[in-house]
Design a binder for this molecule. Structure first.
Ligand SMILES: O=C(O)c1ccccc1NCC(=O)[C@H](O)[C@H](O)COP(=O)(O)O
Length: 277
């Protein structure tokens, strides 16, 4: 059973559910068990590093079955064909939504993507507890998302340091200047990339102005990612010219019956638009 929620309380609902879920999972699969995963012994790949590779598109292609704002987007796309196709199309990295209740994903989706792809994989979920970091590492993730809107700056710092100690990179997601400044003030060393979410998770409105206004404020040594609402090669060109290196795209691909073909089309349009890259 999955939930659809109205914008004003979506984040609060997701976080409340996530805290219960984490408590249940910890009881079911204790950290000692997660530590036995073979992935803990394998090195991780750098998402920030892959986004800076000039021969790649900068696209982080997302596997996203449903969302609170759109409901079901693509219930039946197979993980292996879709993610392998994304990478063959020229994506730089993958993002896999593992939340079940609100996004219809699962941990096994990420592990399946891991088995089929040698590229950085972002575990897209709502981290509220350190258990989820070990869990992310144990299922084969290379990077995790920390959302400033749901975490205190000190929590971002603590979780970020713990993630890095596990070998995971940290993508900090912000929506506005206040979130960016108060969080980076205390957690600059605990973060590898900053993502500006063009979708305001409080009302679901999407505007590239959020990315364009904040890009100047993002520290140059951190990876810079524009998230949500990207549809065209022109969108990517605009955001790349503004200073972004990474472009997180979910719905535009997943809306298609064959998401990997939509990704290939967009990458080709981007190559036509930016032949000198
Ligand atoms: O997508 C949503 O409706 C959503 C609602 C509440 C919290 C998070 C949500 N999405 C997660 C994401 O950040 C996006 O999946 C990601 O940025 C890709 O966005 P898009 O290309 O617009 O699918």
């Amino acid at each position: 059973m999955t939930s659809t929620v109205s914008p004003p309380d979506v984040l609060a609902r997701i976080v409340a559910h996530k805290q219960l879920e984490v408590a249940e999972r910890r009881a079911l699969v204790p950290p000692k068990k997660l530590e036995q995963s073979p992935y803990l012994a394998s090195p991780t790949l750098s998402l920030a590093g892959y986004l800076r590779r000039p021969e790649l598109s900068g696209i982080i292609a997302e596997f996203k079955r449903r969302s609170p704002s759109k409901g079901w987007i693509n219930e039946f796309a197979p993980v292996e064909r879709t993610t392998l196709g994304y990478m063959q199309a020229g994506a730089s990295a993958l993002s896999v939504l593992t939340d079940t209740e609100f996004f219809g994903g699962k941990n096994e989706d990420l592990t399946t993507a891991r088995r089929f792809n040698l590229c950085p994989i972002l575990r897209k979920d709502f981290v509220v507890d350190e258990y989820q970091l070990l869990e992310a590492r144990s299922i084969g993730a290379d990077a995790v998302l920390l959302i400033a809107a749901v975490l205190e700056p000190q929590q971002v710092r603590r979780l970020g340091e713990q993630a890095k100690a596990l070998g995971l990179e940290v993508l900090l997601e912000v929506h506005d200047r206040a979130e960016l400044e108060r969080t980076l003030d205390v957690s600059l060393d605990a973060v590898d990339l900053v993502g500006v979410n063009n979708r305001d998770l409080r009302d679901f409105s999407v505007s590239f102005d959020r990315s364009l206004e904040l890009v100047e404020l993002l520290p140059a040594h951190l990876g810079r990612v524009a998230e949500s609402g990207l549809r065209t090669a022109q969108d990517i060109q605009l955001l790349r010219r503004a200073g972004f290196e990474g472009f997180l795209i979910g719905e535009t691909f997943m809306r298609h019956g064959r998401p990997e073909k939509a990704c290939a089309t967009l990458v080709q349009q981007l190559r036509d638009l930016e032949p000198a890259r």
